[in-house]
Design a binder for this molecule. Structure first.
Ligand code: GTP
Ligand code: MG
Ligand code: ZN
Length: 295
């Protein structure tokens, strides 16, 4: 029996990259899996048998245990989520960045922030724009798919892991992947047109293999950015810089908005919590409470 990883699923076929050799097999599922109603995800590790070595075909016999499973996009065994934002075009939207960060924190994945298109503003300005996030402790890499700035650093961060690229449309996720792995041949769209239409260029889920053993999924972004599955009380916990203060408020059920003697607000006034992060917190809080449902 062979072992490998599903790197692509298409029309009932599963493309499995063997762990033993550098070959991708076109496989089908054993019939019993249909009765057992087991879904197979891109990223899944499987046992399979080879039907024809020359044709590179096989049959999946067993699903190996998963560490994580995400439904949208459907990817198993994710090691980290790379949040890609652009320094410009589209302009860096902090509340949107905070929303992505919140979602990834809530799912419990490791996070890498990638700020792309630094060629448009210069490295210094790009770094200043993310200073708060670096202070909070997030790992940030600065890249340009245009000039190739930072691509070595990004490649290092992807080594030996399964990463999902996520972020708004038009920030350059597919362009970065095309640079990292020329075989990727991801569709790259025209940013202005896409923003107008609100459509995504990238549609199917596929794992791209890098030379250093890294695996990367380019996604159409999280299809839903809804956060209403998060409880009011746990929201502050997902803001890393607030976490250490939440237990020190006067009231146990403090939501850090208008309550007196709130340790989080004190930290805000002392500059320990960035104002824009706190603004995002309040905005998400009212959204979770159902006061504002824009997503
Ligand atoms: N100046 C500059 N332009 C870039 C850079 N990276 C990508 N672009 C351009 O930005 C546009 C969008 O790039 P894509 O790679 O399609 O963006 P995406 O994030 O994959 O977008 P979706 O697939 O819609 O989510 C294209 O016109 C790219 O040529 C960069 O580093 N600098
Ligand atoms: Mg894309
Ligand atoms: Zn409080």
């Amino acid at each position: 029996m062979e072992t490998g990883r599903i790197i692509k699923a298409y029309a009932g076929y599963y493309y499995v990259l063997s762990f033993e050799r550098d070959v991708v097999y076109e496989t089908r599922l054993r019939g019993r899996f249909r009765q057992e109603d087991i879904d197979f995800y891109v990223g899944d590790r499987v046992e399979f048998s080879i039907i024809d070595e020359d044709e590179q075909t096989g049959v999946i016999e067993e699903l190996l245990p998963r560490s994580t499973k995400l439904d949208r996009p459907a990817v198993a065994n994710i090691d980290q989520v790379v949040l890609v934002f652009a320094s410009q075009q589209p302009e860096l939207n902090y509340e949107l960045l905070d929303r992505f960060l919140l979602l990834v924190e809530a799912y419990g994945f490791e996070i890498l922030i990638c700020i792309n298109k630094v060629d448009l503003v210069g490295l210094n300005e790009a770094q200043e724009a993310l200073a708060d996030y670096e202070d909070i402790g997030y790992r940030v890499v600065y890249t340009s798919a245009e000039t190739e700035h930072g691509l070595n650093r990004l490649t290092e961060e992807l080594q030996g892991r399964l990463s999902v690229l996520a972020g708004p449309s038009g920030v350059g996720k597919s362009s970065l992947l095309n640079r990292l792995s020329p075989e990727a041949e991801m569709d790259v769209g025209k940013v202005s047109q896409k923003i107008k239409q609100g459509r995504h260029t990238t549609r199917h889920v596929e794992l791209i293999t890098l030379d250093n053993g890294g695996l990367v999924v380019d996604t159409p972004g999280f299809t839903s950015l809804r956060i209403d599955f998060i409880a009011e009380r746990e929201l502050a916990y997902f803001f890393r810089e607030m976490r250490e203060y939440t237990g020190q408020c006067k009231f146990n059920d403090c939501l850090h908005s208008s309550e007196p003697e709130c340790r989080v607000k004190q930290a805000l006034e002392e500059g320990e919590i960035p104002q824009s992060r706190y603004d995002s917190y309040l905005s998400f809080l009212s959204e979770i409470k159902g006061e504002d449902n824009q997503w």
